[in-house]
Design a protein around this ligand. Structure first.
Ligand SMILES: Cc1cc2nc3c(=O)[nH]c(=O)nc-3n(C[C@H](O)[C@H](O)[C@H](O)COP(=O)(O)OP(=O)(O)OC[C@H]3O[C@@H](n4cnc5c(N)ncnc54)[C@H](O)[C@@H]3O)c2cc1C
Length: 127
């Protein structure tokens, strides 16, 4: 599905640059990504766990930082298929974590989790 979307966008003359991670801001309308200078009219920051660091280079979110958590899953080993669909808990708005859920993977295996352990290591763009 994602390949079909990519093809459609390429037909609209949209270029995909893989393996060109954002490195630094050059000026208001240009950045260095990989070894390349990229000039732009609008930049959308969707850097996931690094989005806060990228935002800070542009003067945003100076007082915010992401608090990463690591989650581990258990695999359900029983041969009998206990469930056939994903099951999610209704979130508690006072403590809005995703919650322990049951996921049926594409290979039919069932995983249960996650745990949530804070990751205190300093994140760098090279991670
Ligand atoms: C094990 C696991 C299970 C999960 N299960 C669920 C679930 O069941 N349901 C649910 O709703 N959510 C789930 N989530 C959460 C969900 O995956 C995330 O909330 C979602 O992927 C976040 O999307 P995003 O686009 O913000 O970031 P991401 O999907 O993390 O995308 C960020 C992208 O930015 C790229 N990037 C990082 N730094 C740079 C840079 N310097 N330059 C260029 N690109 C960069 C990364 O390579 C990545 O491709 C799960 C997450 C994990 C880890």
């Amino acid at each position: 599905m994602i390949n079909a979307l990519k093809l459609k966008l390429e037909k609209l003359e949209i270029t995909f640059l893989f393996n060109h991670p954002y490195k630094r801001i050059l000026s208001k309308n240009s950045i260095i990504a990989g070894e390349k200078r990229i000039d732009y009219g609008m930049l959308v920051n969707c850097g996931g766990l690094y989005a806060d660091k990228i935002a800070k280079d542009f003067g945003f979110s100076q007082n915010y930082t992401l608090a990463p958590f690591k989650g581990l899953y258990l695999e359900f080993k029983d041969s009998e298929r206990l469930v056939t669909r994903n099951i999610y808990p209704v979130p508690n708005i006072k403590n809005p974590f995703l919650g322990i859920h049951i996921t049926v993977k594409v290979d039919g295996k069932i995983k249960i989790g996650p745990t949530a352990a804070p990751c205190f290591r300093e994140r760098t763009m090279k991670d």
